[in-house]
Design a protein around this ligand. Structure first.
Ligand code: PEP
Ligand code: MN
Length: 701
């Protein structure tokens, strides 16, 4: 045998071993589910709540410790057990629900109505909601025979089938993160007698599907549903001379494509549907946004009761009285009864010009006294009110695990001997007001600190936050390694420049949009939002589509057209202080962004130009208390660009925390000698890990 034959045999042997282990993993997961069922049987009799936060936290902590001994990444353990716990919670909810809503009907298979034909998204989603192991959370009863899906040409006929009793359940898409609420479905829910009994969210991954391999530019017709056109508009616009042919649903689009016999046609549908029709995927993930989620509801002729231990939602439609502040009064009634709204949407009422119907979802159970009292009060303030349903919520909140707990270092070596520092409130210098050239940014205008929430990461909430990453994104390997290192050491946000403001035009200018995709891929893979610099107004919209936070660099602090453009985006912004900008000019520059509408801004001191040449910049550490007194916005320090050499970065970073900054943005690199930009100031990975451990030793209050 040749060497390559030997290594091929070895590879296939190893793969077989892996297959065997995976099978065992699945068997173990199934066994674990059986135990969960046993747990809920005892909880049901003892009337204990489904979730026990303390037990979940100690379980994850224990698994992290056990995993460490086996050399497993704590982050992986946390992710894995979040999923396992979520599955267990859902299973327990399903069981409680079916206990509450009647005995299982074993003989007959339940009929489920959906819009479209087999293979359409509604069909696939319905299959996944209703035939998952365990009982469907939504269904009033469990059915061993598996559901029988019946397709209808329209949403109306789908709802009619449930209303008339010819189908027990119906599956309806209700809203999508890209294309918004589906008005027709809202109208049907409003005007029929069906109730929402369940919900589920799905990541809809649209694919371009053809009869055979063909270049996208050669396509002449694309068959797709109206929703697919709305969700894949950017992709469709990028194909010149190609017409769209509407189909009622994605599977019908595939059917029409197949029947056309034309290889220059394609359709938009799911990969699974392509397989069902024996067609070929030409391109995956063509939706405008990667996170393209659709929420589906399950409807039934009669409402279900939800066990009080199951987190549930109530959905209602209402129109308020014709008087000023009527909507506010209803919202106050919800607030007074401690009710948390998860949705408030207004929609015009068809054939009823100038009237609006409000659709509200909130966390609660119709049987709960606070919900009853709130609805009682709200009813007085409305002209019309209808409860569309009360059903188990599809969102399972993950168990809270602190960064410290999931950080990779062993507890005894990392146990900080802390230094406690009290940062006294600095008396606010008289500032603010239009005469100073800024108003919205000033503390006089808004005394409370601004807290910026980026996908659950909170900037400025009193916890010191670290943004870390390389100066520039250079390659997939490099940014992946950095993301892993950042996350494992407790950094919350990943940085990486893709458009680089370089002093010399001959220096590396960044990987541009290709780099942005790599940065986002790395951030997603390690569960971190990303920040990147945008340098021109033309790039703002495109970068803002993907990056979680936009950075305006020091050299652009007074680029007013850029500040205005950034003010119109909805993404949080980090504005860096200009090399020679006094604090007042930084605040005036910030005012441009807030005046444009965007209130989610934080500032960054990154070293200024002085006569001193020993460091790259002079870190103006006093800018932190001065800014804190003058503005409500969070203040960060960038020790890397101020220092210019890696040895100085850690002491400056520690000083930043001690002086009361909200966080730092710091650069590191897997191999600083090979860095394409700012290598001398990049921390080595072990230096970064040490800095993160040292930062934990400082406690600021
Ligand atoms: C950066 O953070 O990548 C950067 C270029 O910083 P500054 O704008 O502060 O020079
Ligand atoms: Mn840099």
């Amino acid at each position: 045998m040749t060497t390559s034959q030997i290594s091929n045999t070895e590879l296939s042997d190893t793969r077989q071993e892996i297959d065997k282990l995976d099978k065992q993993l699945l068997e173990i997961l199934a066994q674990r589910r059986e135990l969960t069922e046993r747990v809920i049987q005892s909880k049901a009799t003892a009337n204990t709540p489904i979730r026990d936060e303390a037990r979940e936290q100690s379980l994850i902590r224990q698994r992290i410790a056990d995993g460490r001994l086996l050399g497993l990444d704590p982050q992986l353990i946390v992710k894995l057990f979040h999923e396992i716990i979520a599955d267990s919670v859902r299973l327990q909810q399903d069981i409680l629900q079916s206990k509450l809503n009647g005995a299982p009907e074993r003989k007959r298979s339940v009929k489920v109505a959906f819009q479209g034909i087999d293979g359409s998204y509604s069909h696939l989603m319905g299959r996944s909601i209703l035939s998952s192991a365990g009982a469907p959370a939504a269904a009033p009863t469990t059915h061993s025979a598996g559901p029988d899906f019946v397709g209808f040409p329209s949403f109306k006929e789908t709802v009619d089938a449930v209303e008339s009793g010819s189908c027990e359940l119906g599956i309806l898409p209700i809203e999508n993160t890209t294309s918004g609420g589906i008005n027709e479905v809202y109208d049907l829910l409003l005007n029929s007698r069906v109730s929402i009994v369940g919900e589920e969210k799905f990541n809809v991954r649209h694919c371009l599907i053809g009869r055979e391999d063909v270049r996208v530019s050669q396509l002449t017709i694309i068959h797709c549903s109206q929703l697919a056109v709305a969700e894949c508009g950017h992709f469709l616009a990028s194909i010149p001379n190609c017409a769209v042919q509407y189909a009622t649903d994605s599977a019908t689009a595939l059917k029409e494509l197949k029947e056309s016999g034309d290889k220059h046609r394609a359709a938009i549908a799911s990969e699974e549907a392509a397989e069902m029709f024996g067609l070929k995927v030409l391109k995956r993930d063509i939706a405008n946004h990667e996170d393209n989620f659709t929420r589906y509801v399950v409807v039934s002729k009669s409402p279900v009761k939800v066990d009080p231990r199951v987190t549930s939602k109530v959905s209602l439609a209402m129109s308020t009285l014709h008087k000023p502040g009527a909507l506010v009064d209803t919202l106050i009634a919800f607030k007074q009864h401690g009710i948390n709204l998860t949705k408030l949407e207004s929609k015009p009422i068809p054939d009823n010009l100038w009237e609006e119907m409000f659709y509200i979802d909130f966390i609660g159970n119709l049987e709960a006294p606070n919900v009853k009292a709130a609805l009682d009060e709200v009813t007085k303030l409305t002209r019309f009110i209808k409860v569309l349903g009360c059903f188990p919520s599809c969102d399972v909140a993950p168990t809270e695990v602190t960064n410290q707990e999931s950080s990779p270092c062993e507890t005894d070596t990392c146990q900080p001997s802390s230094v406690r520092i009290e940062v006294k409130d600095t008396p606010a210098p008289k500032s603010g007001g239009k005469d100073k050239g800024y108003k919205l940014v000033s503390r006089d205008y808004k005394p409370d600190n601004t807290i910026i929430d980026v996908g659950g990461v909170r900037i400025g909430d009193g916890n010191f936050l670290v943004i870390a990453g390389p100066c520039s994104v250079e390659s997939r390997e490099q940014i992946m390694a950095c993301a892993r290192e950042a996350r494992n050491n407790g950094a919350k946000i990943l940085r990486g420049g893709v458009f680089k403001p370089r002093t010399s035009p001959y220096s590396f200018q960044g990987l541009g949009y290709e780099g942005l995709d790599l940065l986002i891929e790395a951030g997603r893979a390690h569960g971190m939002p990303v920040i990147t610099e945008v340098m021109t107004t033309e790039d703002v919209e495109r970068v803002a589509e993907k990056a979680d936070i936009l950075q305006i660099g020091a050299r652009n602090m007074q680029n007013y057209s850029l500040l205005k453009a950034i003010g119109e985006t909805r993404r949080p912004v980090m504005l860096k202080r200009g090399l020679s900008a006094p604090i007042e000019e930084l605040l005036q520059a910030t005012e441009y962004i807030l005046a444009g509408g965007n209130q989610q801004v934080f500032l960054c001191e990154r070293g200024i130009r002085t006569f001193e040449t020993a460091t790259r910049g002079t870190l103006d550490i006093s800018a932190v208390p001065v800014l804190k007194a003058r503005t409500h916005l969070p203040i960060f320090i960038d020790p890397s660009h101020a220092a210019g050499t890696r040895e100085l970065v850690a002491p400056l970073a520690l000083a930043a925390k001690a002086v009361g900054a909200d966080g730092i943005i710091v650069e590191f690199h897997p191999e600083p000698e090979k860095a394409l930009s700012d290598g001398p100031q990049a921390l080595r990975f072990p230096q970064f890990a040490k800095l993160m451990a040292d930062l934990k030793k400082i406690e600021v209050s």
